[in-house]
Design a protein around this ligand. Structure first.
Ligand code: C5P
Length: 253
């Protein structure tokens, strides 16, 4: 059997050449990293949970007309996605002050923001993904003004959709990060949601208790990351509620 071609290996995912031209297989690893990979661990089952959760969010977004790269889930750890050219920006949407914005502006974590705030970071691990303004983005040609208008409206739609979904299961969507891809249809280019949407790239707080159900559990050593992600998956109906850790299931790789 021919070995498939690895296109890219990131901190949490591996991309392989897909079965058809213009497709990619996205493999979710169990590796967890934080603080630009200064803190690292392998969290058994994280990749499986993120594959399922990202499928769930992307499918829902597709249904309401938000274009995404997601085609279908292939197995426990892999999904087939549309190949695209990644815009070199991390787009962060915030509803509540937390993390780097709280630190940067001296805000108390948990303070609701007057309106959703969208921030852009330049995607470069070596530089630690620095915050940039639309001036940098335009001047360096990372995205056009039309792209930025589309990215802003897409990000706010994703925020509305995810906030409502989470609210329905007693979770506050504090903030999240998305990545945008460019695809070409003949002479036209369009922007689509790419990468993943999972608790690795969001902050999720229980509405009643404030318990953290996202990667901050790993970043701040607050307990079991798989328990937190499983809780999110169960509340959303992505995983059955009766699946407990009483008899630890062996994950199939
Ligand atoms: O650290 P910061 O507060 O800027 O993160 C904002 C949101 O973006 C968080 O939900 C975090 O998980 C996500 N993020 C990410 N990948 C990065 C930076 C931030 O998923 N490289």
């Amino acid at each position: 059997m021919a070995r498939r071609k690895k296109i890219y290996e990131g901190k949490a995912k591996i991309l392989y050449e897909g079965p058809e031209p213009g497709t990619i297989v996205q493999y979710f690893k169990d590796d967890a990293t934080a603080f630009n990979a200064q803190k690292k661990d392998v969290i058994e089952g994280k990749g499986v949970l993120n594959n399922r959760l990202s499928e769930f969010f992307m499918t829902g977004l597709n249904t309401i007309g938000v274009p995404t790269h997601f085609i279908k889930r292939l197995n426990m750890r892999e999904q087939l996605v549309r190949a695209c050219e990644i815009v070199p920006l991390e787009v962060i949407v915030r509803n509540i002050a937390a993390g780097s914005m709280a630190k940067r502006l001296g805000l108390e974590e948990g303070m609701p923001l007057p309106r959703p705030i969208v921030e852009y970071c330049y995607k470069d691990d070596k530089l630690g993904d620095p915050l940039v303004t639309e001036e940098h983005i335009a001047a360096f040609g990372w995205a056009s003004q039309q792209d930025m208008d589309d990215i802003l409206s897409l990000s706010l739609r994703v925020n509305d959709y995810l906030s409502g979904l989470m609210y329905g299961v007693g979770i506050k969507l504090v903030d999240f990060k998305i990545e945008i891809g460019r695809v070409y249809d003949g002479d036209y280019q369009r922007l689509i949601l790419a990468d993943e949407i999972s608790p690795d790239s969001m902050r999720l707080w229980d509405m009643e208790t404030g318990q953290k159900l996202d990667k901050d559990v790993f970043r701040r050593d607050l307990g079991s990351l798989t328990d937190a992600y499983t809780e999110v998956a169960q509340r959303l109906g992505v995983m059955p509620k009766q699946a407990t850790h009483a008899v630890k299931p062996k994950l199939i790789n």
